[in-house]
Design a protein around this ligand. Structure first.
Ligand SMILES: Cc1ncc(COP(=O)(O)O)c(C=O)c1O
Length: 388
């Protein structure tokens, strides 16, 4: 292990044998040990491992065309863009390779649009405990100091407000000329904090009144994870821009920015771009993922399995002094512990269950959307074992 870790810049503290394959809801390491995967590549592997339709699309598109260029049109990119528009508020799509890139593009689009309204409208508001990515714009929009330490100077014009706090947010918004507000409807990395409908309604009304672009970062909570295609559908408001990534490419790198017409039309050729974004193979897989997670039966199952997972976790919580609460929506579920759950996550790993920390004391349960009730039962049994 020590030798293996010598190969990398030490940005991850990882151990165990390398993961080499997967099937269904299970990841398999090089020693043949199987792990029930309630991390799913951090909310990426929505259809689990070895999905037949994904493999078929890989095969077909893999033989047709891996990379053309964004200089030319791509048929798989067009098909996915049309489906994203059909299933959302958006009029136009920009493709990129990751969540971070989607947020960078969203912030650029918002600033371009806002500067046409008034050149001084440049400020960006984001929220404590949010997470938007690791490049300079996305990292600066991520409010927590720990992500900034050692990387100064940061880009200017970023402000932070307390999540779900209408008065605190209004006070910040009144302070400067804002171009954009970026918010996760459910903060994933920050601890599975769900936005209240009143907070989202306030954000929508304030930004509409003051001509500020409202950006929903649905990179973790979107694409079926909460039981609707987009999480905002359950919150009674629509954004001006939405960012998507993680599960979108079916395991290949793919991000998308969903944009309203008025904002999209402020951009011209050359204003933004990417070599690989919207790669034909990733988009072919993306179409399979989006087709699947927009099926009514699939969404209904996510809601019922999410309810089942939450009610089983609540039973565990009621019998354990270590747990404070159970949080989340659909299959984006968190268990908040009173203390750091690091040891519990390690014990679960040894016993064959993958779970991942969020925020200070929360453990996320984000299985493939195809998880079964039997697999949920198995995860609960291992969790109980790890708690003693
Ligand atoms: C809500 C949210 N936004 C943005 C990102 C960054 O995405 P990526 O790691 O694909 O750059 C993440 C990743 O965890 C995320 O959860």
């Amino acid at each position: 292990m020590e030798l293996n870790n010598d190969l990398f810049v030490p940005t991850y503290g990882r151990g165990g044998a390398p993961m080499v394959s997967g099937h269904g809801c299970y990841l398999v390491d090089g020693n043949g040990k199987e792990y029930l995967d309630f991390v799913s590549g951090i909310a990426v592997n929505a259809l689990g491992y070895g999905d037949a339709a994904l493999e078929q699309a890989l095969d077909v598109q893999g033989k047709r065309l891996l990379h053309g260029s964004n200089l030319w049109l791509s048929d798989t990119q067009m098909a996915l863009a049309a489906k994203l528009i059909e299933t959302s508020f958006a009029d136009r799509i920009f493709f990129c390779n990751s969540g971070t890139e989607a947020n960078e593009a969203a912030l650029k689009f918002a600033r371009k649009w806002a500067s046409k309204k008034k050149p001084s409208k440049t400020a960006v508001l984001s929220f404590f405990d949010g997470f938007h990515g690791r490049t300079y714009g996305a990292m600066t929009a991520t409010a927590q100091k720990k992500f900034h330490d050692g990387f100064h100077p940061l880009p200017q014009g970023y402000y932070y407000a307390p999540f779900n706090d209408i008065a605190g947010t209004k006070a910040m918004l009144d302070m400067a000329d804002f171009a954009a507000v970026i918010v996760e409807p459910i903060q994933g990395e920050g601890g599975v904090n769900v936005a209240t409908p009143e907070f989202m309604k306030f954000l929508r009304e304030y930004t509409a009144e003051h001509e500020i672009a409202l950006i929903f970062d649905e990179i973790q909570c979107g694409l079926g994870r909460t039981g609707t295609i987009w999480a905002y559908e359950q919150m009674g408001v629509t954004p001006d821009i939405l960012t998507s990534a993680k599960p979108l490419g079916g395991g290949l790198p793919l991000g998308a920015v969903l944009v309203k017409e008025e904002i999209a039309l402020c951009l011209a050729p050359g204003d933004h771009g990417t070599t690989f974004g919207g790669n034909p193979l990733a988009c072919a897989l993306g179409k399979v993922v989006l087709d699947r997670v927009s099926q009514k039966e699939m969404l209904a199952q996510i809601i019922s399995k999410g309810n089942y997972l939450q009610s089983e976790l609540k039973k565990v919580a009621s019998q354990s002094d270590l747990i404070e609460s159970v949080l989340g929506m659909g299959l984006l579920t968190g268990v908040r512990f009173k203390d750091d759950p690091k040891k519990i996550i390690e014990k679960a790993f040894d016993k064959g269950l993958l779970i991942v920390k969020a925020g200070r004391n929360t453990v996320r349960f984000i299985p493939p959307l195809t998880v079964t009730e039997q697999e949920i039962d198995q995860a609960i049994a291992i969790l109980k074992d790890a708690l003693v």
